[in-house]
Design a protein. Structure first.
Length: 121
């Protein structure tokens, strides 16, 4: 398994250098590398890479982007598995508040759109 992680790390470095971090394929490669680290029970390295990924996703896509939310949730799982339960619980509460805010806004906009359609007809 270490050979796989080593190969993925080399591929990731090359993609970052050639394509840059904003390229979706580079982001996908980082995600795959994180999964490999997690499966090898390298939780500290996993958490470090997840933190980096969260920062990049927030910068590139924003907090509202579904993959950013998934990445944050995965980080929370890693924290829990590291035994950092208080930190994980705090982040989970913050994430749930953000999700509710996003869903309520979308839900409201859906109702508004339906209402506007009923006015037209």
């Amino acid at each position: 398994m270490d050979k796989i992680a080593t190969m993925e790390k080399k591929i990731l470095k090359k993609k970052r250098k050639i394509l840059g971090i904003k390229y979706s394929n580079t982001i996908a490669t980082i995600s795959i590398f994180i999964i490999t680290l997690y499966n090898q029970d390298k939780l500290e390295e996993t958490a470090t890479m997840q933190r980096e990924m969260i920062k990049k996703r927030r910068k590139i896509f924003s907090e509202k982007y579904s993959n950013t939310i998934i990445t944050i949730n995965n980080f929370i799982i890693t924290l829990r598995n590291q035994g950092k339960l208080n930190k994980a619980a705090t982040m989970k509460r913050e994430l749930m508040k953000k999700k509710i805010k996003i869903i309520n806004k979308r839900y409201f906009n859906t109702i508004l759109a339906i209402n506007n359609l009923t006015i037209i007809f």
